[in-house]
Design a protein around this ligand. Structure first.
Ligand code: SAM
Length: 286
């Protein structure tokens, strides 16, 4: 996305600007972030809401643009975030509610939107230590599932998420919404199946794969011996043999009733909290 002051109107001090037209090229660039291609080309993505923007800035994510609706002007936290954005060389846009609605494609939009630089954790930098849990997702398709899993991984104290194969984008608006801010707290890496298998061999981890044909009850596994990578299968087709055969255990969550399987995000939650059960306590957590 462009950093320049294009469009109409006089320049304000630093990088602050009022925008009133939907046709403004900066607004068009921001709206284009709903497309994966634009997000990849610009290396940026959008997060809605003051809370998320504050979380992201506090966690050290680089903000490129802060957009707020006129109604939010003068609110102390909004002003603070605007000052931080300008101080880090970003752009602050004051816009009409109509523009913010159109950026977020919502009738009742949040009053504040932040455009941040995307961040991927390189797979080779992941060297899990004892007590760490990672979750790897094979070709996850649904943005709501991915967002929910990132949020759950955060809540369970997992160290990060590894996306294997062609997956939905963690930086899409829908996924970011579903993470409720955890996308800023949980490192996300991506890998081809081959890269994941190669990494697994040298990372000193135990891969616990979940499979509907798994023969091991997930509650009988020792999750303390080595750092654990939970490997979850695709929503439609489950885990392919190529990945399943690399696992140290094929775990199953016993079920009753008519349902064939659990939803991917639900199965991930069950596994994350079981794998970290010995590390989670009310006295040390929230
Ligand atoms: N039709 C798919 C299949 O045959 O595997 C169903 C996939 S399920 C919706 C998505 C993923 O959630 C599975 O690949 C597995 O990783 C996990 N999962 C769901 N229910 C499970 C269970 N009862 N035991 C183990 N894993 C389960």
């Amino acid at each position: 996305m462009s950093h320049e002051h294009r469009g109409h109107g006089p320049h304000k001090v630093g990088h602050m600007k009022e925008v009133t037209s939907l046709a403004n090229p900066i607004i068009k660039d921001i709206k284009a972030l709903t497309n994966k291609k634009s997000r990849e080309e610009s290396g940026t993505f959008m997060a809605e809401g003051l809370k998320l923007v504050i979380d992201a800035i506090e966690l050290g994510w680089a903000i490129r643009t802060l957009v707020y609706a006129k109604a939010a002007k003068g609110k102390p936290l909004v002003e603070q975030m605007a000052a931080k954005t300008v101080a880090s060389g970003g752009l602050v846009l004051e816009v009409s509610e109509k523009i913010i609605s159109s950026i977020t494609r919502r009738d009742n939009p949040q009053m504040v939107v932040g455009i941040f630089e995307s961040r991927w954790k390189p797979l080779k930098d992941i060297r899990p230590k004892d007590g760490e849990t990672w979750i790897a997702l094979d070709r996850v398709r649904d943005p709501g599932n991915l967002g929910t899993i990132i949020r759950t991984a955060d809540a369970a104290g997992a160290s990060g998420v590894i996306l294997v194969g062609e997956t939905t984008d963690p930086f899409s608006l829908e996924t970011v919404r579903a993470t409720m801010g955890s996308v800023f707290a949980v490192p996300v890496a991506k890998a081809t199946p081959e890269e994941f298998i190669g990494w697994k061999k040298s990372a000193g981890v135990a891969v616990v794969a979940t499979h509907l044909a798994g023969s091991v009850d997930y509650r009988t596994i020792d999750y303390k011996k080595r750092p654990v990578v939970l490997l979850m299968g695709n929503e439609q087709s489950g885990l392919p043999d190529q990945l399943a055969k690399e696992a140290d255990a094929l775990a199953r969550i016993p079920q009753q009733g008519r349902a064939d399987s659990l939803n991917l995000a639900v199965a991930s939650a069950v596994m994350l909290f079981e794998a970290r059960r010995h590390l989670l306590s009310l006295s040390e957590g929230k």
